[in-house]
Design a protein. Structure first.
Length: 254
């Protein structure tokens, strides 16, 4: 069994072939899909996906940092309403993104801290979105670090020092298509990180691995990430699939 710990299967980019795309993954023994939230506009699509694939789809709930705008308090209220209403497997994806827009930085900080605290209250992991914001993310995590803090640094693209710091907060590193990129750089030091700290992801439909880079990503392509980790760690495909899936079970308490 292979686990994709971060995939937006409800994306509009899959509207024409969602079932076929998911079946391609299932045919390759990729059978567990953890689904991050973005904002309230996608909640209905997420619920429908879960209803269609109840044995394979595991939902998160949260407010993505790029969706933190003028109405962020309303969006946070939407997250809290759902988290109190039913079970989820994580609070995510949450964090800080300073790549597109820095004008809501303080609101992003507030939303991130608030959602971490909700995760702790519910004994849930967090799934962190970090783009050009490692220092800012670490500052928040320093203030929230305790025995209840755990989760995944989604789409980890930092250096070795940042990897160790992320792990120090009881975070796994989400490794996806970037590890196959020539300029991705994480492949140059990943073998210095114990595999027990690694989970697999695609972030589909984004960040497709080689040889699909630049095209729409899908969960079936996680096999290319696995192939790269075989090269990096010198273990078999099946061994890495088993270890990383067990890591995901540990994070999500399944």
């Amino acid at each position: 069994m292979i686990t994709d710990t971060h995939t937006h299967l409800y994306s509009e980019q899959f509207d024409g072939d969602q079932d076929e795309m998911i079946q391609r993954a299932l045919d390759k023994n990729i059978s567990r899909f953890f689904i991050p939230a973005i904002d309230s506009s996608y909640t209905e699509r997420m619920m429908k996906l879960e209803a269609n694939y109840p044995d394979n789809v595991f939902l998160m709930m949260g407010l993505h940092p790029t969706s933190v705008k003028e109405n962020y308090q309303e969006e946070l209220a939407h997250v809290k309403e759902w988290v109190d209403k039913r079970d989820f497997f994580a609070i995510g994806e949450i964090g800080i993104d300073l790549y597109w827009d820095k004008s809501f930085f303080k609101q992003q900080q507030e939303a991130f801290k608030t959602q971490i605290q909700w995760a702790k209250e519910k004994d849930l992991p967090i799934v962190i979105h970090c783009r050009e914001s490692f220092d800012e993310i670490f500052e928040v995590l320093d203030g929230e670090k305790d025995e209840k803090l755990r989760g995944i640094f989604h789409c980890f693209t930092g250096n070795l020092e940042q990897a160790h710091q992320a792990i120090s907060y009881n975070m796994k590193l989400g490794i996806g298509g970037v590890v196959t990129f020539k300029n991705g750089k994480i492949d140059q030091f990943l073998n210095q990180i114990d595999l027990k700290h690694i989970v697999l992801e695609t972030d589909a439909p984004y960040l497709a691995p080689k040889p699909y880079r630049g095209k729409r990503n899908e969960s079936a392509y996680i096999e290319k990430v696995l192939d790269k980790l075989v090269d990096i760690y010198g273990l078999s495909y099946d061994e890495i699939a088993e270890i990383t899936t067990n890591n995901s079970k540990e994070v999500f308490a399944i």
